[in-house]
Design a binder for this molecule. Structure first.
Ligand SMILES: [Zn+2]
Length: 160
């Protein structure tokens, strides 16, 4: 991982690449909106607004998938915009969290990256450990309610 400073050539190359990504993302978003409009029109035609109707359920599923794809494309577009801003401010190659260089290789693989691989890994492991803790809490709760119901049935046994 070499952290050589970004040159003007790097910056203009990155700007061009981000612009291509932006065009692609806008194109994708426009297509998704067209798909969405077509789906809404089709569902109005088929009059399948009953969720218990199998066709209605399919439409609801497709709609939620399209919603997710549109959201994803919008987020990507916002990330590209942020990357362009960071590039203009000369902050593009610096990690947003620790200020260290993000690294050429990472930026080439992921031009919208805002943090270095160390910080990105820390964020991921924080999410994972939070999920772990939630898992443990859930398990504890299950065991407690199990104990409580055992106690309850023993109590009932004593009365009966
Ligand atoms: Zn960092």
């Amino acid at each position: 991982m070499n952290a050589r400073p970004y040159s003007t050539t790097d910056r203009s190359g990155t700007a061009a690449r981000l612009d291509v990504e932006r065009t692609l993302a806008l194109d994708r978003l426009a297509n998704l909106h067209l798909d969405f409009a077509a789906m809404v029109a089709a569902s109005a035609d088929s009059n399948a607004d009953d969720e218990h109707d199998p066709e209605g359920a399919t439409i609801a599923f497709e709609r939620s998938q399209l919603d997710a794809l549109i959201l994803q494309a919008q987020r990507h577009l916002a990330d590209i915009g942020l990357a362009r801003d960071r590039l203009a401010q000369g902050a593009y190659e610096k990690c947003e969290s620790c200020g260290n260089p993000i690294g050429q290789a990472r930026l080439e693989a992921r031009p919208v990256a805002r943090d270095c691989i160390t910080c990105a890994t820390l964020k991921i492991s924080a999410v994972v450990s939070l999920a772990d803790r939630k898992g443990t809490v859930a398990t504890t709760e299950v065991r407690l309610s199990h104990d409580a119901s055992m106690g309850g049935s023993m109590g009932t046994g004593a009365i009966g």
